[in-house]
Write a protein that binds this ligand. Sequence first.
Ligand code: R5P
Length: 268
Amino acid sequence: MDWGKQNRLARVMGTGKTVMLAVDHGYFQGPTTGLENPGKTIAPLLPYADSVMLTRGVLRTSVDAASEKPVVLRVSGGASILKELSDEGVTTSIEEALRLNASAVAVSIFVGGDHEKESLMNLAKLVDEGERYGMPVLAVTAVGREMNRDARYLALACRIAAEMGAQVVKTYHCEDFRRVVDSCPVPVVIAGGKKTPERDALELAAKAMADGASGVDMGRNIFQSADPVGMIRAVRSVVHEGASAAEAFSALEGRTKGQGPAPSSSPG
Ligand code: R5P
């Protein structure tokens, strides 16, 4: 791997464990709850994220250009929640990703979806361009309403993403998640999914880490929390310090009640 690509990947995956802050939801669902004013949401969370995943529109309008936080640039889209979600194309060129100083680009694949082939070809095209310019590619295994989020399906989707050349894969946690990680030759990070109680989201993160995940790419369970900063710090303590969900939750609760210490995890 060329130095530039190695350097970009190291900025995103760092020590091999990562807390990626996902704030790209608007690319298909518009002003998502908690992201109505993206700049306001992102700024206080950024110090605690290892990288931030977002579109060029939100990056340019809502993130300070002096920020040194590694950017994972969402470059697939073209569908909205009003239409067939798998009908995506590549929306942002590799030159634009380089201009924006992205550390990686992210593209969704829809294995089993109506536009499975197009989405896999989007990934293939980005991997080719990424190899040419030294840009790592993160494949997002998007799951349609009709798809099972079980280990068999997710292992299939993750493995295909890795075989196509993705350097990192993002997927969902599931029962027997170890099988998904073990059959995927590149690091796997998990999405948080829909907002759940904080304790449950921390359990999810802890289980994923115990099952071999390389971290989280989490959005709604952080920015829709009543205490987004407390929550990202709690997630950080699970991912980077091996805190249990109970420990992280108790620190979060203590912070909320203004009683105990905040989760000890410091900004990345
Ligand atoms: C899809 O909307 C995006 O790729 C999100 O970044 C992804 O779903 C992770 O966010 P969340 O933790 O909210 O599921």
